[in-house]
Design a protein around this ligand. Structure first.
Ligand SMILES: [Zn+2]
Length: 162
């Protein structure tokens, strides 16, 4: 059975910081990634911060790929545990013309959790921080993904202060 649609709440200033951070780290030429972290309670997640793997250690990134080192991810997860937070969404940028989740992306989400929300931000995050621009996916299970429609995306991600 497909996981229920999650509800991920994110404050507007955090959405802004996410786009600016991704844009800066993409530099208009390579993919960049981040995770939203916060508190998950059932289907509802409240996002309180954004973490960028490349701030924790080396990543290999090109126009159409982004691989964080095991070391960077271990440190990021350690930080997460120390703060007592969980991942609320997994986000990365793509170059212009590739809004879809790639095969590599599908094989390497930040965690294999049914209901994980993954977003692709187009054009290396050079556009305005609008959720209508992203491609959003839900990790189902067993390597299966479901692309969310525009309305589903709008009901799954709520931009508001908490
Ligand atoms: Zn990708």
């Amino acid at each position: 059975m497909d996981p229920e649609l999650p509800i991920v709440i994110v404050p507007p200033n955090l959405l802004q910081r996410t786009w600016l951070g991704l844009r800066e780290r993409s530099g208009g030429q390579s993919e960049a990634a981040c995770v939203w972290i916060g508190d998950r309670e059932g289907q509802v997640s409240t996002t309180s911060d954004v973490l960028f793997p490349q701030d924790y250690g080396p990543v290999r990134a090109g126009a159409l790929h982004h691989v964080s080192s095991r070391r960077a991810m271990n440190l990021l997860f350690e930080d997460l545990r120390r703060r007592g937070k969980q991942i609320t969404a997994d986000i990365h940028t793509h170059p212009p013309g590739y809004p879809e989740l790639s095969e590599v992306d599908r094989a390497h989400p930040v965690e294999f959790r049914p209901g994980l929300l993954v977003m692709v931000v187009p054009d290396f995050a050079r556009g305005a921080p609008l959720l209508s621009a992203v491609s959003a996916y839900l990790y189902v299970a067993g390597g299966r993904w479901r692309r969310l429609g525009r309305n589903e995306t709008a009901s799954a991600i709520l931009v508001r202060d908490v």
